[in-house]
Ligand binder design. Structure first.
Ligand code: PMV
Length: 359
């Protein structure tokens, strides 16, 4: 695997201070990534919708320092110093230091905030790490003005991946593929690429409402879940199936077959959770209300001749995906029926978005 293009050379001249702010979104996988090898190489390719409203805004203030003192940073989350988040970010800097040696030359003050409520059960690692990666790439561009925008996005995705695999899919949008796949031109295990084919208008401005069924911390982290795929009895079949599903999804996105989309997306969600339930040790992240919502969605779809479907992340919350033209009817279904299955009746209305933006 050739990563040499991502190793930054020494700049001709260092700048004394700089500050960059990026807003980067979360994403929801349609074909899921579950299982990896070192260093954050996915066992199968995945594809996600980039979200719009669920995002992180991060500013990094850089001040030149003596590089011999090592990596030096301070982390503030929603205005407060957050010592408990530091080890994860320190580990991220360790993983990327060979690609971004300039991080030794600057003291970094990182200020982050999320648009979604704190501890809502929505993973912030994808939006959080992609925002840091974009700020670092803005610094790299200031030090090396010759680098192109295409390279900046590719390397930002490469760096974000080293922090959290799914973060590699939060730079671009509306659809990003991560993982080398023969049917997706330009795809790579090292970074996410925008879905390279024309997407049917049926999928334009797709909606995602996130039902906050359980806002607590997950009992089993994604890292442990990925790890349990190593000796999993069904792992090899799953990786093969996911790659086949990505081929199918690529066709569906191009031909606009929303019913086939629904079947594939729901099957992917349940397969992800089936992998968790058949790991050793086994675990369940769905809650009773997750199943209640799924049953209600199926009933609604049948009775209303709707194209509403669900997907799941590694948690109990339910993502509802639906075409723009059903926005009014589905939103009233959520408000009148599904919100009772959410903690404090909370849900987030989101839609597909275009990726990272500099503020
Ligand atoms: O990026 P990680 O390591 O948190 O893994 C996320 C995996 C899923 O969210 C469950 C699926 C996916 O492809 O996003």
């Amino acid at each position: 695997m050739n990563t040499s293009e991502f190793i930054s050379t020494s700049p001709l001249k260092m700048i004394p201070n700089a500050s960059f702010t990026w807003k980067t979104p979360s994403n929801i996988a349609l074909v899921k990534y579950w299982g990896k090898s070192d260093p954050q190489i996915p066992k199968n390719a995945s594809i996600s919708f980039t979200l719009n409203n669920c995002h992180t805004i991060t500013t990094i203030d850089f001040s030149l320092k003596d590089s011999s003192s090592g990596v030096d940073f301070e982390l503030f989350f929603e205005g407060k110093k957050k010592a408990e988040f530091k080890p994860k970010i320190a580990e991220f800097f360790k993983r990327i230091e060979q690609y971004c040696p300039y991080i030794f030359d600057y003291e970094m003050h990182i200020h982050s905030e999320n648009s979604f409520p704190h501890s809502s059960g929505i993973a912030s690692s994808a939006s959080g790490l992609s925002a840091i990666a974009m700020c670092l790439m803005s610094l790299e561009q200031a030090l090396h003005p010759e680098i192109s925008q295409a390279f900046i996005n590719k390397k930002a995705s490469f760096l974000a991946r080293l922090g959290s695999g799914s973060a590699s899919r939060s730079i671009g949008g509306p659809l990003v593929v991560w993982g080398a796949h023969p049917d997706i031109e330009g795809s790579s295990d090292l970074y996410g690429v925008p879905f390279p084919y024309q997407v049917h208008s049926n999928f334009a401005n797709y909606k995602d409402a996130i039902l906050l069924v359980d806002k607590g911390e997950k009992q089993v982290s994604s890292s442990l879940g990925h790890h349990l795929m190593i000796d999993h009895a069904y792992a090899e079949n799953r990786f093969q199936q996911a790659n086949e599903n990505l081929s199918k999804m690529s066709q569906i996105l191009q031909n606009g077959d929303v019913n086939a989309f629904i079947n594939l997306v729901e099957s992917e969600a349940l397969t992800l959770h089936a992998m968790m339930m058949t790991s050793i040790p086994y675990f369940i992240l769905m809650k009773p209300n997750t199943l209640e919502v799924i049953q209600k969605v199926w009933k609604y779809r049948e009775e209303q001749d709707s194209q509403l479907c669900f997907t799941l992340d590694a948690g109990a919350n339910v993502h509802l995906l639906y075409p723009e033209r059903e926005e009014k009817s589905v939103n009233s279904f959520i408000e009148s029926v599904l919100s009772s299955y959410c903690e404090k009746k909370q849900y987030i209305c989101d839609r597909v978005g275009l990726g990272a933006t500099q503020l």
